[in-house]
Design a protein around this ligand. Structure first.
Ligand code: HPA
Length: 270
């Protein structure tokens, strides 16, 4: 694993030797955020050693490095999901690479189903915590001592301080930004209504198929993480509509403007 991480890291360093302040992972339909990056260096995942190529509509497969305001950022347009068949070490490979590149701050974004009654499609939610019960641990196996300890504390996976910055930016821009608990589901099938009710009773506010493995590895690697979910639909059984990836993409396209404004503001102020 170290060999893979180092090879990917060296390839990226060769293309961009400078310091990167913040890494951003762009979720389904949220790729247009990458258009905010000035003087971009675009690297195709197919060029990066050991990076797989995303199989999914709305996930491009490009790493984009450049400026937003006075910050240097590195955005992943397209991420790797467990449901695509990757093992967890591949799902989280980019996060290890970011840590190895010396990037200290990470913004994870995703599209998610809203469980809480006040989360309507289009609502952006600040991830306060997560439920990882259904997520095979990305830290399973020999511990990567160079990154972090065997038994890592997960009390504050999502930085409270970074969350306060996000809330202040949202307030200034007039964007409603509740916080909530994100629950990982394997996918690729959407959840059943009973599963959503079970999670609701357990304190889950959002349902999604990404982010948690990445956040766990970022925490293990000592990175500071901020997570944002864009609610693209009410979770299974909470509306009469059948769930579909097309609906997820359509809502993401409509609501994306607010998310772009919010993330830009967070980057400028973090
Ligand atoms: N469930 C899981 N993942 C999702 C959903 C959902 O309802 N919407 C967008 N991603």
């Amino acid at each position: 694993m170290y060999t893979k991480i180092n090879a990917a890291c060296e390839y990226i360093r060769d293309k961009f030797p400078g310091k990167i302040d913040i890494a951003i992972v762009l979720g389904s339909g949220l790729g247009p955020l990458a258009n905010e990056i000035e003087n971009p260096i675009v690297i195709d995942y197919s060029e990066i050693p050991h990076f797989p190529v995303p199989t999914l509509l709305g996930h491009d497969g490009k790493l984009i490095i450049g400026k937003i305001g006075d910050k240097t950022v590195c955005a992943m347009k397209g991420r790797f999901h467990y449901y695509e068949g990757h093992d967890m070490s591949t799902v989280t490979l980019p996060i290890r690479v970011f840590a190895r590149l010396g990037i200290e701050k990470l913004i994870l974004t995703n599209a998610a189903g809203g469980i809480r009654a006040d989360y309507n499609p289009g609502t952006i939610v600040l991830i306060r915590d997560h439920i990882s019960f259904f997520c095979p641990s990305p830290l399973r196996g020999p511990n990567m001592d160079e990154f972090g300890p065997r038994f890592k504390d997960m009390t504050e996976v999502y930085s409270k301080a970074a969350g306060e910055i996000a809330k202040a930016v949202a307030k200034e821009k007039g964007i409603y930004l509740p916080d909530g608990v994100y629950t990982f589901f394997h996918g690729p099938q959407f959840e059943s209504p009973a599963e959503i009710q079970a999670i609701k009773a357990m304190g889950g506010d959002l349902a999604g198929m990404s982010t948690v493995p990445e956040a766990i590895v970022a925490r293990h690697s000592g990175m500071t993480t901020l997570g944002l979910s864009l609610v693209t639909n009410k979770a299974a059984g909470l509306s009469t509509q059948e769930l579909s990836h097309e609906e997820v993409m359509e809502t993401a396209a409509i609501a994306e403007k607010n998310l772009v404004a919010l993330v830009r503001g967070i980057i400028e102020n973090w």
